[in-house]
Design a protein around this ligand. Structure first.
Ligand code: ARG
Length: 575
């Protein structure tokens, strides 16, 4: 743990335990007046009926902070202000610099964590609505894996159900080759709409589609071949989008609704065995406490329809059982839009009732808001249609290309194409991730691509700028790494503190599944670098200051690259 605030807490814990006779939280916080503030003396004094300022003084007198602090002072009603010694911070930085993981320890114990994200639907376009789940999920996956957890990515695609009757019949009508052109090259909506139009207008087609659903449900071999073709063609298309977006998902991560179909019967019997199923108006339902419909009446979960078909909810029950019993998940993370909050809460509640989900195993819905247009309504294309995700990504890259061409006219076309991709996609991801996920946000290309402000390009630019310093001086970054860093100037200290806070930033992301906290961290780090760069000349300085500042810059770049990497954002060396 490199964060000096965490070190403070660790050093203070025995003192607080001593004073209070039981473990007590020292409550260490960042401070504007000093580097940190210890707030725990106040509640402790209240409990012990002691004078808080005297207690604060006793904490100082204990001497446990003498090695880390240059100054300790009782302030206000009984806070302790801590100013770290430059030597202490320098030593901490040295440890981080020599650590490949830049100070971030692996998690103990390591857990098996299933992350359910992206989940587009087969034979349907990936729209802007899929952006958030894909990008938030990708970032959480990368962060958890970095901490050493065993992360299982599950892309719960919509690959089963009634529409597949008409989709398969339409596939047959078109012929596979023609269908493949539309489906794998990104006219999925066209394909779906044509099928739907035929279903509505053509009775014979409708009858064929109905029969096909029956064959599909019976897993008729010929039908399954056609169904699989549809899934494969869509998956090929999804993969193109994933590659463009730079996320980790592959075909190995596909775990669509179809996978749980054969498990539903068993899950249903287990519900029956536990006497949890009852009939309600012809359908079979499970009662779950605490859920009501719009009229305020109790809302049971329908697990089997009147016609005897299992439901989306039933497949999600089977999915939980699979994750717990086969994959031995300790935690299941559902990165699914907020409109499905009730559905998921009911699924979890039924699973608890049935005994499939019990502590320490946990299921969490990490919901998210919508992407809005400038009119603050759901983002739509000019023609009023949903916006295709690929179009959005292409536009971001094009705009980034133009911005870089203006900023850096000397860059070669090939180089610029590469960098534009990193910057354009990075800007989209950063704009998405930097908003608290539960909120909606307005998609604004100009804002997200600005090189100033809390944006992806601003953070990437700090990284590129550091690389430029080294390139200009003809110094290899790795060679700067073993030089001890000295902290003299205020801006050096601020930057050092920010570097050392990286592990805490990661913890804060995982606490409530909030990648925006990592964005805030990266932005603060880039800003701290920027003031350092302005106030503390690097190359013009004399030794040993020059080497120390080069080492500090290199370490900053390493943390920036790592932190951006956890957001799924590339760190270009020039831009
Ligand atoms: N495919 C679903 C949809 O588009 C989302 C799936 C979410 N995951 C889940 N286990 N239900 O709405």
């Amino acid at each position: 743990m490199s964060d000096p605030l965490v070190t403070l807490t660790r050093l203070l814990q025995p003192v607080f335990a001593d004073l209070s006779g039981a473990p007590a939280d020292p409550t260490v916080r960042p401070s504007d007046r000093a580097d940190a503030q210890i707030n725990g003396a106040l509640p402790l004094a209240k409990r012990l009926d002691a004078n808080p300022r005297e207690l604060a003084q006793r904490i100082i007198d204990s001497g446990v902070l003498d090695d880390v602090a240059a100054e300790l002072e009782v302030a206000g009603p009984g806070f302790v202000n801590v100013t770290f010694s430059d030597e202490f911070l320098a030593a901490q930085l040295g440890e981080v610099a020599s650590d490949e993981r830049v100070g971030v320890a692996t998690a103990e114990p390591s857990k098996t964590i299933v992350v359910d994200y992206s989940h587009p639907n087969v034979a349907k376009e990936m729209h802007v609505g899929h952006l958030r789940s894909t990008v938030i999920g990708d970032s959480l996956v990368r962060t958890l894996a970095f901490l050493g957890h065993d992360v299982i990515r599950e892309n719960h695609i919509g690959d089963w159900g009634r529409p597949f009757g008409m989709l398969i019949e339409h596939l047959l009508d078109l012929g596979e080759d023609v269908a493949a052109v539309g489906l794998s090259q990104g006219d999925l909506d066209g394909f779906y709409k044509q099928a739907n139009a035929k279903f509505n207008d053509d009775e014979a087609f409708q009858a064929r589609a109905r029969e096909r659903v029956v064959l599909l449900q019976a897993e008729d071999p010929d039908t399954m071949v056609l169904w699989r073709r549809l899934v494969e063609m869509s998956a090929a298309y999804f993969n193109q989008v994933y590659t463009k977006l730079g996320v980790l998902l592959t075909d190995d991560d596909l775990a669509g609704e179809s996978k749980y179909q054969s498990l539903m019967e068993g899950v249903y019997s287990r519900l029956e065995e536990r006497d949890l199923v009852r009939e309600d108006d012809g359908a079979m339902v499970v009662d779950v406490d605490g859920f009501t419909n719009r009229d305020g009446d109790p809302l049971p979960m329908i697990v089997k329809s009147r016609t005897g078909a299992f439901m989306y909810a039933t497949s999600d029950l089977a999915c939980v059982v699979d994750r717990v019993e086969r994959l031995h998940a300790d935690l299941m993370l559902y990165v699914v839009g907020s409109p499905q909050a009730q559905h998921l809460q009911m699924v979890f509640a039924v699973c608890e009732k049935a005994g499939w989900l019990a502590p320490p195993v946990e299921a969490v819905h990490a919901g998210f808001g919508s992407v809005l247009g400038e009119d603050r309504k759901m983002l739509r294309s000019r023609a009023g249609a949903a916006v295709k995700l690929v179009d959005l990504l292409d536009e971001a890259v094009e705009r980034a290309d133009a911005a870089i061409a203006e900023k850096n006219p000397d860059m070669s076309d090939d180089e610029r194409a590469l960098v534009a991709r990193m910057v354009g996609i990075g800007a989209i991801k950063y704009a998405d991730l930097s908003t608290d996920r539960v909120k909606d946000y307005v998609l604004d290309f100009d804002r997200m691509l600005a090189f100033e402000g809390n944006t992806g390009p601003y953070c990437q630019y700090a990284h590129a700028r550091i690389n430029r310093v080294f390139a200009k001086a003809g110094i290899d970054r790795a060679s700067a790494r073993s030089t001890p860093i000295q902290i003299v100037e205020e801006q050096e200290k601020a930057l050092a503190m920010q570097i050392l806070a990286f592990p805490t930033a990661i913890d804060s992301v995982l606490d409530q599944w909030q990648p925006h906290k990592l964005c805030t961290y990266v932005y603060d780090l880039a800003s701290a670098f920027s003031s350092f760069y302005e106030h503390c000349p690097i190359l013009p300085s004399d030794e040993p200051v020059r080497s120390s500042r080069l080492a500090l810059a290199d370490l900053t770049a390493r943390v920036l690259e790592r932190a951006l990497g956890l957001l799924g954002i590339d760190a270009p060396e020039q831009m």
